[in-house]
Write a protein that binds this ligand. Structure first.
Ligand SMILES: [Fe+2]
Length: 295
């Protein structure tokens, strides 16, 4: 059986059949999936009963895995999963839902804001791959918004205004918008803002997209309130229902998306119940703009 992709949303998103990603893939299967990513930007695979090892092996077909350090406040000794796996569950090391006041839990709530994974890194992520191991009984959908369609539908004046703008992204901006202002010196250094272009061009298709994320909190050369108003406007435009796909998880779904062309967010769910979601992240290969060292 060969890989087939059916578009399941008017604008983007493909559902893949004919692929068993728990096994090593042939080169033409990898090429078909990568071409599907370029076109649909989100791919949905059902019934993929993966181990962490298999998920990492599948992910490496598309590039090196991202080094997860600097992306969270958790300490290495508190990790539930091995290096290479991003734990986006609501579970502690003991396998139970985290306490309400857990700083880790509160930090993770930032995933409920529209964002692009790792936009706070100088070289941001290419793909994310999310595997549903335990689905929460209530809520927890993941939503995706197509930043190419968002860009295409801007008016000409706005396109001209933003063409060369550069934003600052930091985990402290996204968490700050949730009222988390309290960081150690070490965390402040780790979360130091990086620069990202506001308009990106896809390296294969040449399509332009908005590069938005809740991590974006400033625009170079623009007063902060003006920048935030512009970013809010763009976010509002980009996340209209017509550009959004809502994924309702089934156990053993794997969804992969192109962070260069998409934003996503998870919706609220019953946090007294487990939600075990495991992410691998394929690293990007270049910064979107020149970084300037802080004085
Ligand atoms: Fe995310």
């Amino acid at each position: 059986m060969s890989v087939a992709i059916l578009q399941i949303h008017p604008v983007f998103v493909g559902e893949v059949s004919g692929a068993d990603i728990t096994r090593p893939l042939a080169q033409d299967e990898v090429a078909a999936i990568e071409a599907g990513m370029d076109r649909y930007a989100v791919l949905v695979f059902h019934d993929q009963n993966l181990t962490d090892e298999q998920q990492m092996t599948f992910s490496r077909n598309f590039g090196a895995l991202e080094d997860a350090r600097g992306g969270n406040i958790g300490k290495p000794e508190d990790r539930r999963l091995e290096v290479g796996m991003n734990d986006v569950s609501n579970l502690g090391k003991d396998g139970r839902p985290m306490e309400r006041e857990s700083r880790q839990r509160l930090f993770n709530l930032g995933n409920m804001l529209w964002h692009s994974d790792s936009s706070f890194r100088a070289i941001p992520a290419k793909y994310s791959l999310l595997s549903a191991r335990v689905v929460n009984p209530t809520g927890g959908n993941t939503e995706f918004a197509d930043m190419r369609a968002a860009y295409d539908t801007l008016d000409a004046d706005t396109k001209a205004l933003i063409e060369d703008l550069v934003c600052e992204h930091s985990l402290m901006y996204s968490r700050g918008s949730l009222g988390m202002q309290d960081y150690s010196e070490e965390e402040r250094a780790m979360f130091r803002p990086v620069r990202q272009r506001l308009v990106r061009t896809h390296p294969v298709t040449g399509r332009k997209s908005l590069y938005l994320s809740s991590h974006a909190g400033a625009i170079i050369g623009m007063p902060t309130p003006e920048a935030r108003v512009l970013l809010r406007d763009l976010n509002e435009h980009a996340t209209q229902p017509r550009f959004v796909y809502v994924h309702t998880w089934r156990r053993w779904d794997l969804v992969m998306w192109d962070n260069r062309q998409m934003m996503h967010r998870v919706r609220r769910y019953d946090e007294a119940q487990p939600r075990d979601m495991r992410r691998t992240t394929v690293a990007g290969d270049a910064p979107t703009t020149t970084q300037v060292e802080a004085a």
